[in-house]
Ligand binder design. Structure first.
Ligand SMILES: NC(=O)c1ccc[n+]([C@@H]2O[C@H](COP(=O)([O-])OP(=O)(O)OC[C@H]3O[C@@H](n4cnc5c(N)ncnc54)[C@H](O)[C@@H]3O)[C@@H](O)[C@H]2O)c1
Length: 265
């Protein structure tokens, strides 16, 4: 299958860790030019280094980003367009949560979930849309979550935001399809980074989340998935690359779960 991605310019938010890192490397394997939009420059630079060591002519540049801030996000996207020449693909990957009951979370934690997961997607889409409409082409893939499809225990506001990302993208897909723009969503299952792998303090896994997923918990998660195993960041990235590619040229407004059959919608 011809993906038609070689030489395409791709912005991945939060591309420095876990799923975002795998997405960057998957586009790099297709010969894309990447901008890694990161709050944590060090994490972004590590992944950019991995890209430059790959064969096939891909490149990666790191741009400082805070997707919760509209002004900074506009500046990040302007910088990406300047450095890459254009933006063909935006991947809204940044997300944040802490696993706790609704009543046990603080107001500040709820606000942070809305800021990062919902405002982050709004800001990034808003920043790139005029450019894509002017060029009459563009693909946006947003990382949502199965939590946003079914509502997840201990993830109430996060689930609401991830559902919001799906509805936001579908609405904009309806408004901008006439300009050749496509917006789709990928919902990963649980992808826990290997123990000790997260050195980025800005990753949600750096706040003790890893410790919540003991062998016993992971076994229960596996049993909840019809495919009876955990997924990988690479498997999520494969779906993102497909939806961003020419191979998905007649697909827009769709939500694809990559979660071993956990949700079937
Ligand atoms: N890992 C999972 O189990 C899982 C499951 C379902 C959905 N998701 C979603 O997948 C996406 C990636 O998850 P992950 O586990 O790789 O996350 P992560 O927390 O490990 O990585 C997020 C990356 O984004 C960067 N970042 C954080 N805040 C930022 C900001 N304001 N501006 C710019 N960059 C920022 C961090 O530095 C980090 O590199 C998220 O949207 C998450 O909600 C993850």
């Amino acid at each position: 299958m011809e993906l038609g991605l070689k030489g395409k310019n791709v912005v991945v938010t939060g591309g420095g860790t876990n799923i975002g890192r795998a997405i960057v490397l998957a586009f790099a394997a297709e010969g894309c030019n990447l901008a890694i939009a990161e709050l944590n420059r060090k994490a972004g630079e590590k992944v950019a280094g991995e890209v430059s060591a790959m064969p096939g002519g891909a490149s990666a540049t790191v741009i400082d980003a805070d997707v919760t801030d509209m002004g900074k996000t506009d500046a990040m996207m302007a910088e990406a367009i300047d450095r890459l020449g254009s933006v063909d693909v935006l991947v809204n990957n940044v997300g944040w949560t802490i696993d706790r009951l609704f009543t046990e979370k603080s107001r500040e934690e709820h606000i942070r979930e809305v800021d990062v997961n919902l405002w982050g997607a709004v800001n990034c889409i808003n920043a790139v849309l005029p450019h894509m409409i002017e060029r009459q082409t563009g693909a946006i893939v947003s990382i949502s979550s199965d939590a946003g499809r079914i509502g997840e225990y201990r993830e109430a506001v996060y689930s609401a935001c991830k559902a919001g990302v799906i509805a936001l993208s579908k609405s904009i897909a309806r408004e901008t399809g006439r300009y050749g723009l496509r917006l789709n969503m990928v919902c990963p299952g649980l992808v826990v980074p290997p123990p000790g792998e997260v050195s980025n303090p800005d990753s949600m896994w750096a706040q003790g989340m890893e410790a919540l997923f003991t062998d016993d918990v992971l076994e229960r998660v596996r049993r909840a998935y019809p495919l009876r195993r955990m997924g990988t960041a690479q498997e999520v990235a494969n779906a993102v690359v497909f939806l961003a590619s020419d191979a998905a040229s007649f697909i827009t407004g769709q939500t694809l779960s990559v979660s071993g059959g956990y949700t079937m919608m």
